[in-house]
Design a protein around this ligand. Structure first.
Ligand code: PHE
Length: 459
């Protein structure tokens, strides 16, 4: 009882509106924006895909984000307890635990890729990323399957995350976001400007923005939907956990729209950073990790071959940007489990953060080793442990948690409670409340179900 009261009294919150926006945008803006979005856009009809993506963010992503905001802020507790509180301890509580588990599992494998970014900053700094395309390819293959280096960088990025999270919501997460996010925007603008000024850059801009209606089919819609959820950090406990630190004055709808706009802007700017440079040297952009870790070092090298010093700086800035984007997302993922352990086990924040850092580091190390260093020991049914984590969290847990959250909030939580949170107890007009409820009750769950069934080839 005493402990509970203490935990309540001590519960922190974000100190300013800007802090709320930058921290939440920090969670949303991540590796998904920088490599996945630009490539998907190029593959799926350019401007048409961007348009469909924006509709998905507006009609599905933002309502789901508002739902998580409502659950988190209402309960003022970690994600598992938040769902438990709102469901009155009924089986719906399981969604909260699944959200925490998803966040926890992703932390380890997201840290591995974030660690690669650190290694690439280091190799750019030392000038090791210079050489012909074959060399860069071999460099990545060798590095990512090394038993020590990637594990070392995974541990380093988790340690940095730990040092931030351990300082608490205001002094750690909020303060770091206020520093990291503006730096990220500045880096982004510098690289976009450098990339778009290259000779022949317009071909890349055209590739990104030219609508190709022939490319549009069902897959494009489903791809855009999946990407919008991942990019907004939905269904992983992050948004719900951060919302538990919002104040009663935070306008949830406005905040969700602002985050959506920032996230889309960064994604589009990332496209403007990558494609003009790639097209100016006639390299066709690849998908997945190979885009940022194999193709781009070549692109930068060749595109700025007339001014190698500039190429060196741009490459360095690019990996710094990538690491920053990854770090702010990692902080939010780490916080999901830290808040969970702290509140459920009633231990100090520091101890909870240590537990999360150590355990996710072990998961990260296993994921990393599964990419080659451990031979086939960590490969199950033809998939490495790394791929399994990606698959299970992104393709199974994410849609299930998202779907159930919509059903729970739309159909089971009393509308009065939802309305109170939506309108800040009647102090806001809540013009879009009925639209929001309609989307959460019908449109979002149906669309999520489609994506889920489609990816298993069931429809
Ligand atoms: N939204 C992040 C991105 O775009 C990924 C992420 C997902 C981060 C879930 C936190 C939680 O890369």
């Amino acid at each position: 009882m005493k402990n509970n009261r203490m935990a309540k009294l001590e519960r922190a919150n974000f100190g300013s509106k800007l802090g709320v926006i930058l921290a939440t945008a920090g969670s949303a803006v991540g590796l998904g924006n920088v490599w996945r979005f630009p490539y998907m856009t190029g593959e799926n009809g350019g401007a048409v895909f961007i348009l469909i993506y924006l509709v998905c963010v507006l009609l599905l992503g933002i309502p789901c984000m508002i739902s998580e905001f409502i659950i988190g802020r209402h309960a003022q507790a970690n994600t598992a307890r938040a769902y438990r509180k709102l469901s009155g301890g009924s089986p719906w509580s399981i969604i909260g635990y699944m959200g925490v588990l998803t966040g926890f599992l992703i932390t380890g494998y997201y840290a591995v890729v974030s660690g690669w970014c650190l290694q690439y900053i280091w190799s750019s700094l030392l000038g090791h990323l210079q050489g012909n395309p074959e060399y860069i390819k071999a460099y990545f293959a060798e590095f990512s399957s090394d038993p020590v280096k990637p594990v070392f960088w995974t541990a380093i990025i988790l340690l940095i995350t730990f040092l931030i999270v351990e300082h608490g919501v205001r002094d750690g997460i909020e303060r770091a976001s206020k520093l990291l996010m503006p730096t990220l925007f500045i880096l982004l603008l510098i690289i976009v400007a450098a990339s778009c000024m290259l000779p022949g850059a317009d071909a890349g801009i055209e590739f990104l923005f030219k609508p190709d209606f022939n490319a549009v089919n069902g897959d494009v819609f489903l791809g855009a939907l999946g990407q919008s959820f991942y990019s907004l950090s939905i269904a992983m406990g992050c948004i719900c956990t951060y919302a538990s630190y919002f104040s009663k004055q935070t306008n949830l709808t406005k905040t969700a729209v602002q985050i959506g706009v920032i996230d889309c802007m960064v994604a589009i700017l990332a496209g403007l950073m990558i494609f003009p440079a790639a097209f100016s040297v006639g390299i066709s952009p690849d998908s997945g990790p190979s885009l940022i870790f194999i193709t781009l070092p070549n692109v930068f090298q060749q595109a700025f071959s007339a001014a190698p010093a500039l190429g060196y700086v741009i490459s360095l800035l690019f990996y710094a940007l990538l690491a920053l984007a990854a770090l702010t997302s990692l902080i939010s993922l780490h916080e999901v489990s830290t808040a969970f352990f702290q509140e459920e086990m009633v231990i100090t924040r520091k101890r909870a953060a240590v537990i999360v850092t150590v355990s996710t580091c072990v998961i990260g190390a296993l994921c990393s080793l599964s990419l080659g260093a451990a031979g086939t020991t960590l490969v199950f049914f033809g998939r490495s442990m790394f791929d399994w984590f990606d698959f299970v969290t992104g393709q199974i847990f994410l849609p299930i948690v998202g779907f159930l959250t919509c059903i729970f909030l739309g159909w089971f939580v009393p509308h009065k409670l939802v309305r109170d949170e939506f309108t800040n107890w009647g102090t806001l007009r809540g013009t879009f409340f009925h639209l929001y409820i309609f989307l959460v009750k019908y449109v979002c769950p149906i669309c999520i179900l489609f994506v889920f069934l489609h990816q298993f080839g069931l429809i």
